[in-house]
Design a protein around this ligand. Structure first.
Ligand code: 5RP
Length: 232
């Protein structure tokens, strides 16, 4: 699949997911290229259909895009609930375990997700996998002492790589932390790994989102299809 085909599938999933947002809702808006298509569609509906909803975003990037369309964005602490959050993902398996954070927004994404009544992911079909882990697992780490955390990950065979920007400087998250990507190739015991990562001092959050998502809208060449999680 080339990038144009992949973008077409992402766009179709984003447009389909936008239908879930109705007047008066409080919606969580994720981060990434698939979510950009979602926000474009919501912006169109705000302008052409008079859709009115309130958004909580998982990154400053998404906030800027949404506000550019006149969508009202509020701080997560200014709402008492979020009706539905629509976000992208880097990989998802049949047990609805996924990897997120390719766009370095995993921390805010997980905070928004855990405060949402419903979580929906939008992906192109290439993201649906048998076993997660081929996509490097992002881990958000406090800069102070990050070198020691990386050494601990190396000793455990996690193959950590500090994420750098185009200028060779460490990527900073919206919370000013670093991202360390673990090149694991496959994750057979995601719960154990999640426990190990979150109990490592210096780790703020990891990109394993295990059985959190309610529904995945998959951009498929035959049209968007929905995977529903019956085990949540
Ligand atoms: C950002 C994320 C994104 O949702 C994930 O990386 C998918 O991105 P894209 O839609 O660009 O493929 O987790 O932190």
């Amino acid at each position: 699949m080339d990038k144009a085909q992949q973008d077409a599938l992402k766009k179709a999933a984003g447009i389909e997911a936008a239908k879930l947002i109705t007047d008066g809702m409080i919606a969580g808006l994720g981060t990434g290229s698939t979510v950009r298509f979602l926000v474009d569609e919501l912006g169109r509906r705000v302008k052409e259909e008079g859709l009115q909803f309130t958004g909580v975003t998982t990154s400053r990037r998404t906030q800027e895009q949404a506000e550019g369309y006149g969508i009202k964005i509020v701080d997560i602490d200014d709402v008492d609930h979020i009706d539905v959050t629509i976000d992208g993902a880097d990989e998802v398996d049949k047990n609805f375990n996924g990897i997120k954070g390719g766009g370095a927004a995993l921390l805010w994404e997980k905070i928004v997700a855990t405060n949402s009544n419903q979580i929906v992911w939008i992906v192109d079909e290439s993201k649906v996998v048998d076993t997660i882990g081929k996509f490097p697992l992002p881990v958000e780490v406090i800069p102070f002492g990050a070198g020691h955390v990386i050494k601990k990950f190396e000793a455990k065979g996690y193959k950590p790589v500090l994420r750098l920007d185009a200028e060779g400087k460490p990527v900073r998250t919206d919370e000013n932390n670093y991202v360390v990507d673990l090149h694991l190739e496959r994750i057979d015991h995601p719960q154990d790994l999640a426990e190990d990562l979150i109990t490592t001092v210096g780790v703020v959050e990891h990109g394993l989102f295990l059985n959190m998502v309610d529904k995945v809208i998959v951009g498929d060449p035959n049209g968007p299809r929905v995977m529903t999680n019956g085990n949540k």
